[in-house]
Design a binder for this molecule. Structure first.
Ligand code: ATP
Ligand code: ZN
Length: 213
């Protein structure tokens, strides 16, 4: 049986449209948005799986998928053994620290001894360690921005795009700790045939990116 690349994409969310568009521009056709969990390409040896973004690193590590597209924030936070193959330049966002608007800010040392709510305990922990700041990290999985308002934490660390969510929760952004974009990830060791297909795919992706610059 000849090889086929299994590629995991976010089913629906901030990565989806640009991910689908990328393959379209690469000339790789497949159906999506039909509610199906997977779809085989009609003109490239690839099968696409539509999943929640958070599940993609695990599926790639387990070999359920060979490749995946996720935000770098998700890849770096995850403990799964995966490799970054290529940076894709879309779904850009930043991970920032924010504090109540009325609180003065002099610098990162202000957080010493404080508690910070986040869904990114690893990225935040590394950052605080690098900055020599010891603070308590409260891991919560969603609605991080309400934590200071309900007395759960004195600061938050979360994805910021426009800043309007922060504003409506009475918070201000004080420090960017990580900048993210969509990346193509893979299992560290792909079988030869799959590696060849990946190289073909990368060749097309780079051509699409070059045409845009
Ligand atoms: P899923 O239902 O698949 O779990 P989700 O709600 O966790 O989706 P999205 O909000 O769709 O995820 O974001 C997916 C990724 O898009 C993020 O991990 C991040 O890398 C990127 N991203 C780009 N802009 C933003 C933004 N404004 N807010 C949040 N994430 C963003
Ligand atoms: Zn998610």
């Amino acid at each position: 049986m000849s090889s086929i690349l299994r590629i995991a994409l976010q089913k629906s969310g901030r990565l989806s449209e640009d991910s689908y568009q990328l393959f379209k521009e690469c000339g790789i056709r497949f159906d999506y948005g039909t509610g199906k969990l997977k779809s085989v390409s009609s003109n490239f040896p690839a099968e696409f799986l539509f999943l929640r973004d958070d599940d993609i690193p695990g599926y790639v590590e387990d070999g359920v998928a060979d490749l995946g597209i996720v935000g770098e924030n998700v890849a770096v936070e995850s403990t799964h053994r995966i490799e970054t193959v290529h940076r894709l330049g879309f779904s850009k966002c930043r991970l920032s620290l924010a504090i109540p608007r009325a609180t003065e800010w002099h610098g990162i040392q202000d957080l010493a001894g404080k508690s910070i709510a986040t869904s990114y305990p690893r990225i935040l922990g590394n950052y605080l360690h690098e900055q020599n700041v010891s603070a308590e990290i409260h891991e919560i999985s969603g609605s991080v921005e309400i934590a200071p308002g309900i007395g759960l934490a004195e600061a938050i660390c979360d994805i910021v795009s426009s800043g309007s969510t922060l504003l409506s929760n009475g918070l201000k952004e004080v420090e960017v700790i990580f900048r993210s974009e969509a990346i193509l990830i893979a299992r560290p060791t792909l079988e030869d045939e799959k590696q060849n297909l990946l190289e073909k795919l990368l060749f097309r992706i780079k051509a699409v990116q070059a045409a845009k610059n």
